[in-house]
Design a protein around this ligand. Structure first.
Ligand code: SF4
Ligand code: SF4
Length: 498
């Protein structure tokens, strides 16, 4: 069991709604971005002197740009339906982690400055001034929201707290209070091309090593090409796929799929990262800049298709916004969707019988599937509604004999966040991450006991890293998390060499 300076919650036999503990997570505060990291993204280096007026002006700008934000701030009726739906509230008992309370941190200042009633009778309408204390609460509690959108599924008005916390973070960054983890990473993507700051020679070396490993293990030459001009497919994948466990086994799985299907594919140095942390900090400009690398890489390499690897929020940005951010993509092959998810590619190949699979290769694994929030609640796959839920499961069932779902109210549209999404996957927030994982761990434990499940599979790099970290806190092993394409790769029967 991993050691920590806090108590790991006990997993209850059935889901429990905790008794409120005021201020339980008031100490949780991620590191603030250094001046260099702030300025590289176009934000002030440190808290500006006129932070109050700057913040109010930024809020006004966002209200003008994003109509939904004003609607969300105006329409809450305090029905309480969302109160017990956030994993951070369920895991920490801090009432400010109830979605409605999180929204109210911004709403009360909005009312004070942007509504007539709030200007004239602030106390009557719950309006409040933006004080240092409120600003501090914004920094703490907008960094205790993984922007998972679970609460919005249960809100009768569809109020999306993720949008509120994105706006909150954007205002914070614009007064000089950006978050170190996200902003440092975005800077590396702008400068080098990936979250890790991995330069081209190191990436080429890593891929060569993977080619050798697969050849040693299988006797087959499976290529991991980089910057291969004229390839059919550009694969854009999270950089964690190049080295982290179990991510890298997923990358090996994609390579085996392309190899067996005879699809010439390539990775790109310029776009050696699928993640787009611009989403997490609510910055359209940064999101656009990160997305444009993909367009440039596709043009540079002359590919016909763009396929995304296993990354939850990257798929949200790609599926929902890629055309707006970096389109048009009229230079790609119109017979394929733009973009495509690697699960869609594999699913289609399996359906057409283009892959030979031996499910017995995974017989020792009894597998469940974690629906990642951004895939589940902010995107789709395939042609039919709900494809983002059915396609990964159909792929898993095609490659494993023993697949079992977790409880229905914890999967699909109601899936629980892993606890580390939305720019919170950093060690300075480990207590929050462990506690926020409680509902997912409870559901996992239940399926382990019910069906003797041994592994949980996912299609998100953040979920995989988060589970590898938090599983041991709850008495599981870190290697019980798998990539979906790791299971695919292990089941593929390879034939022939290049
Ligand atoms: S978006 Fe997710 S993390 Fe944020 S308040 Fe809603 S349920 Fe909680
Ligand atoms: S469910 Fe919606 S309307 Fe009800 S309290 Fe929550 S945010 Fe407000």
């Amino acid at each position: 069991m991993a050691k920590a300076a806090f108590q790991t919650p006990r997993i209850p036999d059935l889901p429990e709604i905790p008794v409120v503990v005021e201020g339980a997570m008031a100490h949780s505060r991620p590191f603030v971005a250094a001046p260099d990291h702030q300025q590289a993204l176009g934000f002030p280096g440190e808290l500006v002197d006129d932070w109050h007026d700057t913040a109010i002006a930024k809020m006004g700008e966002l209200l003008g740009k994003y109509r939904g934000l004003r609607v969300f701030l105006d329409s809450c009726v305090k029905c309480g339906a969302c109160a017990d739906k956030c994993h951070y509230y369920l895991g920490t008992a801090d009432p400010k982690n109830m979605p409605v309370a999180r929204q109210d941190l911004l709403r009360k200042v909005y009312r004070r400055h942007f509504t007539l009633a709030g200007k004239l009778f602030p106390k009557l309408v719950g309006a409040a001034d933006l004080t240092e204390e409120v600003l501090e609460d914004w920094y703490r509690y907008f960094h205790q929201c993984s922007q998972c959108r679970r609460c919005s599924v249960f809100c009768p008005y569809g109020i999306d707290t993720a949008e509120v916390s994105m706006a909150g973070r954007e205002i914070l960054a614009s007064v000089g209070l950006g978050q170190k983890y996200s902003n440092e990473i975005i800077g590396k993507v702008h400068k080098i091309g990936n979250n890790l700051g991995l330069p081209q020679p190191a990436l080429a070396d890593t891929l060569e090593g993977l080619e050798e490993d697969v050849e040693d293990e299988t006797g087959v030459t499976v290529r991991f090409p980089l910057d291969d001009e004229g390839a059919e497919v550009l694969l854009v994948t999270p950089s964690a796929d190049f080295f982290a466990e179990p991510h890298v086994d997923g990358l090996i799985g994609y390579a085996k799929v392309f190899h067996q299907a005879g699809i010439r594919w390539t990775l790109s140095t310029r776009a050696s990262e699928a993640a787009n942390f611009g989403l997490f900090i609510g910055s359209y400009e940064n999101m656009r800049k990160v997305a444009l690398r993909i367009r440039e890489a596709a043009l540079e390499l002359g590919v016909k298709r763009i396929v995304f690897g296993e990354c939850g929020h990257a798929w949200r940005v790609a599926y929902s916004f890629l055309h707006t951010l970096a389109g048009p993509f009229d230079f790609l092959d119109p017979r394929y969707p733009v973009p495509q998810h690697v699960v869609e590619v594999t699913h289609d190949l399996i359906r057409r019988g283009a892959l030979t699979l031996d499910r017995s290769a995974n017989d020792e694994r009894r597998v469940t599937f974690h629906d990642s929030c951004n895939v589940a609640r902010a995107s789709r796959m395939g042609d039919a509604p709900g494809g983002q839920f059915t396609l990964p499961r159909e792929v898993l069932r095609a490659v494993c004999s023993h697949f079992f779902d977790m409880a229905p109210d914890t999967i699909g549209e109601s899936t629980f966040c892993c606890g580390g999404g939305g720019g919170l996957l950093t060690d300075d927030l480990v207590e929050l991450r462990v506690k926020g994982a409680l509902p997912r761990m409870q559901a996992f434990k239940e399926v382990v006991e019910r069906n003797r499940v041994t592994h949980i599979a996912a299609i998100c790099a953040i979920c995989k890293s988060q589970f590898a970290k938090v599983l041991p806190y709850y008495g599981f092993e870190m290697d019980q998390i798998l990539s979906v394409h790791q299971l695919v790769g292990d089941a593929i029967v390879l034939g022939g060499t290049d």
